[in-house]
Structure formats: C-alpha cells, structure tokens
Write a protein that binds this ligand. Structure first.
Ligand code: PMV
Length: 333
C-alpha cells in the first residue's frame, strides 16, 4: 500500500488573528505571530483507494484503535479535501487516518496541526514535493488561518506580506533562537461550544474591535523586537495584554462568547504573581479555556512547582518551541 504519513505541530499565537476580512478565502483582518510547538502534534496517514470507492476517514483513539471519524472531524476533513482536490485536480478516493497527541477542539489549535498535516500529506500523495510556503497556502484552504503558521517551525508570522495582508505565513526566527517553554494547563479537555470560526464571524460586532485593530501594529512590533532581543519582560507584558484583549472582543461580541472558566482566571492571577516575584513567565489563551503558560527554560521547574497544585487543572502538557512538519516512515494503518 502506498501510504504517506506526516507529523505536523500545533502553534500558540502570541499575537492572535481574530476576525476575517474574507471568510470564504480565510483572509484575516490583522497580522498574527505564533510559536510553533513540538509535543502537540497531529499525525495524518493517507493511502489511495480504488476508483469508485468512497473515502474512508478514520480517527485513531488514545488507545490506538482506528474508528470512523465523528461528524465534526469528518466535516472539516471533507471540506479541506474537496479544496485540495480541486487545487491539484487529483480525484483519487483516499483512506485517511488522523490522530492528535493532545485534546482536540479545546483551543490548543488542533485545526492548525491537523490541516497542515493533511495539506502536506495530500501534496506528497500528488507527487508534489512542496516547500513550506506552499504548504502554508494549502493549509489555509481548510478555512483555518492558524494552520498556515504550522507549516513553519519557530516563530512565525501570517500573512508574511504585511502590506497586502495576504499570502502564506513566513518564518520570523527559528525555535533555537529562543527555545521558550509552554506548560499547557488543560482546564477543560472537551470540545468547545463556540468554534473559532463563529468567533471570527462575531468579532466585528464588538464595539471595541476597531480600537483593537488600531492598537495591533504597535503590539506586533513590540513582540517582534522582544523575540529578537530575547527580552522576556517586554514579551510577557505584550502577550498578556494581547490575550486578554482578544478575549475581551469575544466577550463583548453580539452575542458574547465566553471561553474562560474560573480556573482560567485563577491561573492568570497566579502567573502574574509569580512574575512579580521575579520568574520569567506569562500566560496566553487561544479560543478556549486552556492556558498556555509561557516561560523560559531556566524558570520552568520553579514555575511548574508553583502551579502544579492549583485546583481545576485536569492535565498538564509540557511543550516548547519546535520545528515544522515532517514526513514519517511509520503509519497509522
Ligand atoms: O485557525 P482558526 O481560523 O481556527 O482561528 C484561530 C484563532 C486563534 O487561535 C484564537 C488565534 C490565532 O491566531 O491562532
């Protein structure tokens, strides 16, 4: 069987994109910048089936069993597959299996890792050895903007072309430049009730949305400079402001969207305290209640020791800055 397997990482946005200027083409209203992770990954295996047979879309459970994908996963994969098929004019039926090393649909960017993995695997299936910029554009066809950034490792900006706010993501600095750690506090592993797609759609209904867009260029510059200079204090202040502001837009949309839970807030407060005590640590959250606790490698053990007994965290995931997608020689089936 001619199988192709790709492993692709998730990423955490330090500057978030929230709201689109074209929902059909997945074009954002603002530039975003993320850190690619190394432990939170999606695997995707593809194999061709005989012409005339229907696609088979499978999910590998944590126990290692392959089961038919649930309706929401199936819907996302079928949509992306349709776009990729049209793009490559390649219509062979496929068996697709996918798995995540972390909770799905809970605001840890499983769409970013999942769709970038599918994009690269599909391109390889069509015998196209794509570069990362091309994979980034193919990943965007899924409708998930964050997937464009997972095509690269390290610190990544999307869109790379700031003047046109279009095109693929672009690498900004490699993971080795500043191997920051991300301790992910899983507060709720269940699938979120309001998807980021719905959140993007509602963003412009917040009376504060325009102000946010006006403030973002300066904040992006601050974060870029902080990364270049490895200046944790500057990074922490900007990244925390940014996350709160994105969630404030969600909470003031019509209707409002509340992703936070009480434990989310408890973590935010505790981490600010720890920073006051001199630890290099800050928080950020994507569209979900789970908190990414970003810290330097030097302070990681102290940060975890201070947070591990906080009630309400159901699981901790230890991650750090990592590289982009890669092809694997072992397969999901
Ligand atoms: O990738 P999408 O289109 O599902 O949206 C992601 C939205 C955020 O994670 C909240 C922000 C971001 O830039 O990743």
């Amino acid at each position: 069987m001619n199988r192709i397997t790709v492993s692709s990482p998730s990423n955490i946005a330090l500057i978030k994109y929230w709201g689109m200027r074209d929902e059909q083409l997945t074009l954002p209203n603002n530039i975003s910048l993320s850190m690619t992770l190394s432990q939170c990954v999606s695997l995707c295996t593809l194999a061709p089936l005989h012409s005339g047979t229907p696609d088979e879309i499978l999910w590998r459970t944590r126990e290692g069993t392959l089961v038919p994908a649930n309706a929401s996963l199936r819907f996302g994969i079928e949509y992306h597959l349709g776009q990729l098929r049209q793009h490559f004019d390649h219509w062979q039926p496929l068996r697709i299996a996918t798995s995540n090393s972390f909770p799905t649909g809970a605001g840890i960017a499983s769409s970013a890792s999942g769709f970038s993995a599918l994009a690269m695997a599909f391109a390889l299936q069509c015998d196209q050895d794509c570069d990362a910029a091309r994979i980034s554009e193919l990943a965007r066809l899924s409708g998930s903007g964050s997937a464009t950034r997972s095509a690269f490792g390290g610190f990544v900006q999307w869109p790379g072309d700031a003047r046109q706010l279009a095109g693929p993501a672009q690498p900004f600095a490699p993971a080795q430049h500043w191997p920051l750690c991300d301790l992910i506090a899983v507060v709720d592993a269940r699938h979120k009730k309001v998807s980021s797609r719905q959140g993007h759609h509602l963003a412009a209904s917040s009376p504060f949305y325009r102000t946010r867009l006006d403030l973002l260029p300066d904040r992006l510059n601050t974060v870029r400079q902080a990364i270049l200079n490895r200046d944790f204090t500057a990074l922490a202040n900007a990244v925390e402001c940014e996350a709160v502001e994105m969630h404030m837009i969600a909470m003031t949309s019509q209707p409002p969207v509340f992703y936070w839970q009480p434990t989310t807030l408890a973590l935010l407060e505790r981490v600010r305290q720890l920073r006051g005590e001199g630890l290099q640590v800050c928080t950020t959250m994507d569209a979900g209640p789970n908190v990414h606790v970003i810290c330097t490698a030097q302070h990681r053990s102290q940060v975890f020791a201070a947070l591990r007994s906080l009630p309400g965290v159901v699981r901790w995931i230890f991650d750090q800055a990592g590289d982009g997608p890669r092809r694997l020689e072992h397969h999901l089936f």
